[in-house]
Design a protein around this ligand. Structure first.
Ligand SMILES: [Zn+2]
Length: 196
């Protein structure tokens, strides 16, 4: 039992928090033949579910590469029908790995909704995103695919895609609101450092 516990714990990866320089680096392409790739993907799922996330990008686990995972299905399951019909628009969510993705188009139609980020805990912000995106990528079987996603799934994809571009959702705020938040983060970081 103890061994199992240790193995499971070993799969959890530390999450880079706001202020870590790696969150500002543009990821380099993933080597599809890297023997550690499937293991990294598994650990990313494990880490993401452990902290109740719906998406996680490689730079958030200190790997500066173009890879992210998204699972919008639990969000679908938790929603009331009325809200679901709007933000999923007939879709039921996805669980998908995106390797070396390229967003090939974004709809002009935008919508606003609340987002959170595992690297910036405790903060949710209303962010505008394209309603739909088309994206070309390799899936976890290393098959190249091009698909179009809508609504909340497209929102999650755009959020994670920003991470591999070195961008954070705070970048969408104006300077005044960013400064207010920065003070709040500094406080959070100070509290973390003092162990309280
Ligand atoms: Zn994030």
């Amino acid at each position: 039992m103890f061994m199992n516990f240790v193995q499971k714990r070993d799969m959890l990866l530390p999450i880079a928090k706001f202020g870590a320089p790696i969150l500002r680096h543009r990821g380099i392409p993933v080597d599809l033949e890297d023997p550690g790739l499937q293991n990294l993907i598994e650990n990313m799922w494990e880490t993401m579910y452990h902290v109740n996330g719906c998406g996680l990008a490689a730079p958030q686990v200190n790997k500066s590469i173009r890879l992210f995972v998204v699972d919008s299905m639990p969000t679908y399951m938790q929603m009331e029908d009325a809200e679901r019909n709007i933000v999923f628009d007939g879709d039921q969510g996805i669980k998908e790995v995106f390797i070396n993705p390229v967003i090939t188009s974004r709809s002009e139609r935008i919508w606003w909704d609340e987002e959170g980020c595992l690297s910036i805990p405790g903060i949710t912000l209303r962010i505008s995103r394209s309603w739909s995106v088309s994206i070309r990528y390799f899936d976890d079987q290393l098959h190249e695919r091009t698909r179009t996603f809508l609504g909340i799934t497209a929102r999650m994809i755009q959020h994670e895609y920003d991470h591999i571009e070195g961008k954070l959702f705070l970048d969408y705020l104006d300077a005044g609101r960013r400064l207010l938040l920065k003070n709040r983060f500094d406080r959070i970081n100070r509290d973390d450092a003092s162990g309280s």
